[in-house]
Design a protein around this ligand. Structure first.
Ligand SMILES: [Zn+2]
Length: 371
């Protein structure tokens, strides 16, 4: 059974450390929006990146979102498996089991999520829903806290209709659904189109309309735990200044419209910020004020991991050319040991995530290890 959150009178509820689902997932989303902070959502494709994310959350006493794309999942399973979809399902399942096993020992709550799935990846999601069903039978918990459906390139009517079919399958298992309205620019792991060097993100498809947010919310939120990646000019990847114009006021207007029409309190919709890498801090803070609870970051954290490894290899260059130092005859195994250079990558990633926890106001806010 999913443990229920404990709710003292005024402070946020406490939840057990580990992967959240159902009521603990919803408690976490609620606490973020009411507390005016957001969680970094980091894409991982290896156990070492997942461990770095857990370490960062623990060090910052914050909860975190760990997510995997279909391509990342295939990599997690190993590229040698010939059946692509099977590898995507196996890889995401392997990550999920890894995080389920470890997260509670790190003492933080984790939202385990799958990133962009367009229509061609619905088979991947169906496979994972089946894995969650089996896991739920054994443990009372699904494997994933939430999945993302990205039909932002299709008409809104089709997007919402398919989302309704999917959320009906997810809700009985305690899994939430994230949808995308309007289009995040650029490319994320093969989905979407690369924004060219001289391209501009200032096209109308990059900005969603508050009316579409209302329509999706009215149809889908009664069916389950819905979150919305409402595009407001955000773009995957990092580009030269001037290419991206963020308009967080779209988020504010969407929240106002939903609150008015659905008679709710402020910021009723859990919003998601895609393409967080390289964004201006002020735009990030405004988006969080307007109800963003999840801030996707991939490009910057990949760069950070790579930088850490590159620094280590530069500092220990000799050990990556020779097993024994040619001048002294000293064995160099301790320097080229895989654990050392991966740890350097993990440390650099953890450091980059610490910046994110800070900007998002998440430090010290873990519901699983209250201050
Ligand atoms: Zn994205």
């Amino acid at each position: 059974m999913t443990p229920s959150p404990t709710v003292p009178s005024s402070s946020p509820p406490t939840i057990p450390p580990g992967v959240v689902s159902d009521t603990t997932y919803q408690a976490l989303l609620h606490a973020c929006r009411m507390g005016g902070y957001a969680l970094p959502a980091i894409n991982v494709s290896s156990s070492t990146a997942a461990n770095a994310a857990l370490a960062a959350a623990r060090a910052n006493r914050s909860d975190i979102v760990i997510q995997i794309s279909a391509g990342g999942a295939r990599f997690y399973a190993g590229q040698a498996l010939p059946d692509k979809q099977q590898a995507q399902i196996l890889g995401a399942t392997a990550l999920a089991r890894h995080v389920h096993l470890l997260a509670r020992h790190y003492g933080v709550a984790v939202i385990l999520h799958t990133d962009h799935a367009n229509r061609s990846l619905l088979g991947w999601i169906d496979g994972l829903v089946e894995e969650s069903r089996l896991h739920h039978e054994r443990t009372g918990q699904p494997l994933f806290s939430s999945h993302m459906l990205d039909l932002s390139t299709e008409p809104v009517t089709d997007n919402i209709a398919t989302a309704a079919d999917l959320i009906r399958k997810l809700t009985p298992l305690g899994i939430g659904l994230e949808i995308e309205l309007g289009m995040t620019g650029g490319e994320e792991d093969g989905i979407g189109r690369e924004l060219h060097e001289h391209g501009t993100a200032d096209s109308s498809s990059l900005y969603t309309s508050p009316d579409d947010v209302l329509r999706a919310w009215e149809t889908l939120s009664p069916l389950g735990a819905l979150s919305i990646a409402a595009a407001f000019g955000n773009v995957h990847g990092v580009y030269a200044p001037g290419n991206v114009r963020l308009r967080p006021e779209i988020l504010r207007e969407s929240q106002k419209l939903v609150a008015l029409r659905c008679h709710t309190g402020p910021n009723p919709v859990p919003l998601v910020f895609h393409g967080g890498s390289g964004s201006e801090h002020e735009a990030i803070r405004r988006a969080v004020r307007y109800g963003v609870f999840k801030f996707n970051i991939d490009t910057d954290t990949q760069f950070a991991y790579g930088q850490g490894v590159a620094r280590y290899m530069t500092e220990h260059e000799e050990a990556f050319r020779h097993q024994i130092a040619p001048d002294t005859g000293r064995p160099l195994k301790k320097q080229y040991d895989i654990r050392n250079w991966m740890q350097a990558g993990e440390d650099s990633l953890t450091q980059r995530l610490t910046e994110s926890f800070h900007i998002l106001g998440a430090q010290g806010r873990s519901l699983a290890c209250p201050a």
